[in-house]
Design a protein around this ligand. Structure first.
Ligand SMILES: O=C(O)CCC(=O)C(=O)O
Length: 216
């Protein structure tokens, strides 16, 4: 179903060229609809610095950052609820994540030339055993994969449009980041650059499952 098996780097699984062009275009249409309802914004760090990456979200909650720190919120910083998680996103979760809980949040990152994301762990979620599924659309990006330890050795590989990355099991808390994109390598994103979709289960309990299902 997913073609060739994944590459495994330190527990992080990468399926190269997993999504065909039609699927990528369908996902991109969903991103455009999300951005119409919940526009991209540049989050601020706790220190008041604007992040270079632009973000928005879909699902019952979205990841935000400002002077109060990183967290998930039920509303966009401008006050509107996040758009519902699109069905094509849920289909990918079912296909790759091997998780009996539905994703509650999809972070949508937009990278252009010069934008990067530093090495970090995804640990703002209540259940750190639930997987994180990441989809690349648009320009190539240099993905850096470290270890569970901050400051450990790293390896890099280029992610292209249609590649799928899963952080699960021993790879769930591996440090990772984006060093740079290669502008103009894809025409999938109408505004240019790269879109990354990251789906996550955010809450810890059963209550969240019924909330996520109530969105369907
Ligand atoms: O853009 C990517 O491929 C990685 C995104 C990421 O690490 C994150 O949003 O936490």
């Amino acid at each position: 179903m997913t073609g060739r098996g994944p590459i495994d780097i330190g527990g992080v699984k990468i399926w190269k060229a997993a999504l065909d062009r039609a699927t990528q275009e369908r996902l991109m249409e969903c991103v455009e609809r999300i951005a119409e309802v919940a526009p991209f914004f540049h989050p601020e760090t706790r220190g008041g610095r604007k992040m270079s990456v632009r973000m928005t979200s879909a699902g019952i909650c979205g990841w935000v950052s400002d002077r109060r720190g990183y967290r998930y919120e039920r509303r966009h910083p401008a006050g509107m609820p996040w758009p519902a998680m699109p069905t094509p996103f849920l289909d990918l979760w079912d296909r790759f994540a091997a998780c009996d809980r539905a994703p509650e949040s999809c972070l949508v990152n937009h990278y252009v030339a010069g934008v990067r994301m530093g090495l970090h762990q995804d640990r703002d979620e209540a259940d750190l055993t639930a997987p994180v599924l990441s989809i690349s659309l648009g320009d190539d990006a240099l993905f850096r994969i470290g270890t569970l330890r901050r400051g450990g050795p790293t390896r890099s590989l280029w992610l292209s449009s249609g590649d799928v990355v899963l952080l699960a099991g021993e790879g769930r808390l591996v440090h990772h980041g984006i060093d740079r994109i290669r502008p103009g390598t894809s025409r999938i994103v109408p505004w240019g650059g790269r879109i990354n979709l990251t789906m996550r289960v955010v809450t810890g309990g059963d209550a969240s499952r019924s909330e996520a299902e109530a969105q369907d």
